[in-house]
Design a binder for this molecule. Sequence first.
Ligand SMILES: Nc1nc2c(ncn2[C@@H]2O[C@H](COP(=O)(O)OP(=O)(O)OP(=O)(O)O)[C@@H](O)[C@H]2O)c(=O)[nH]1
Ligand SMILES: [Zn+2]
Length: 352
Amino acid sequence: MTLEDLGWSEDLARQAPERSGLRPARVASVYAARVDVWTPEGPRLASLRSRAIREAPIEGGVAVGDWVLVGRAGSDAHEVVVEAILPRRTAFLRQAAGERAEPQAIAANIDRVFVVTAVDSDFNIRRVERYLVAIAAGGAEAQIILTKSDLAEDVAPLLEQVSALAPAFATSAKAGHGIDELVARIPPGTTAAVVGSSGVGKSALVNRLLGREVQLEGAVREHDGRGRHTTTRRELFRLPGAGLLIDTPGMRELKPWLPAGSQIDDAFEDVAGLAEACRYRDCGHSGEPGCAVRAALDAGELTAERFQAWQKLAREQVELSPRQATFAAVESKRHGRSMSVALRKRLKDKGR
Ligand SMILES: Nc1nc2c(ncn2[C@@H]2O[C@H](COP(=O)(O)OP(=O)(O)OP(=O)(O)O)[C@@H](O)[C@H]2O)c(=O)[nH]1
Ligand SMILES: [Zn+2]
């Protein structure tokens, strides 16, 4: 396996700091205090240098798909240390569980993210929209997979509905439908991820792609120093003759995290475009004269559900923003401190 097989590119090579003795590797699984990485020499278990975490130019912690620079750890060739984490091209971020407004990175450096949703009673277009917001914010391209097509008499109506949001296609892991189409959408050298609620059939699809019956549960057990054991399933797969695929754990309720500079409107171009045509810049779309959004609603060109989904997501972001600002302040302080430590060290080294 070459670095290119793992998704390495000239762009990444240019961005990687020149540090002698360090080699690029890609994160395949994340545990409490360690990560599995892939290197051209094979998989390695890696510990994380705390300085690498402190100075990481990333949001939401190390994630599957991240590129890192590793060095040898002592005499054991199979143990490595992550010395630096490289900047990301793209990411899929959500709000971490809990009260604090914090991002959690689910996947990194992905070219394309597939929102997976089943055609059974679980189907919910509003949920798909939330995933699309997170994908657009993170800079990857979005597509939609309708799974379990064997359960529907006719997938065409649902397919038409989701196709309005992003390129979409139907699959059945059970019947083996749409699998070749999925592979064709993950060309060699690219990385894709599947995201969606628990039980929509992500793992079944991955198994199909790998041509096997059951996904092997991750066999790695790790001791994080506090007597707690964590078992994680493998999440990064290389598809024969195609690119790489990241399987993500099923999410209960997705709250997208928008990095600075991105906005919900990136995934709601239809509504945002209408809002721009309103007479008043600060139109509340609640009866103001010259409201293009109302006009579209009245004309049936925009559904009330989609309009409300846009409002709800926008409201969530407004509620989040003060807490997000607090988080940003803490972060910049943290970076400022680690930078001054680095600076002090440089000055000290110079003075020697
Ligand atoms: N009828 C039918 N059932 C399927 C299909 N794909 C998956 N299932 C079933 O749906 C259930 C969930 O499938 P998984 O692949 O484990 O779902 P997942 O999205 O990986 O779920 P998490 O691991 O919780 O994220 C299982 O009982 C599967 O047998 C399909 O194409 N057709
Ligand atoms: Zn308006």
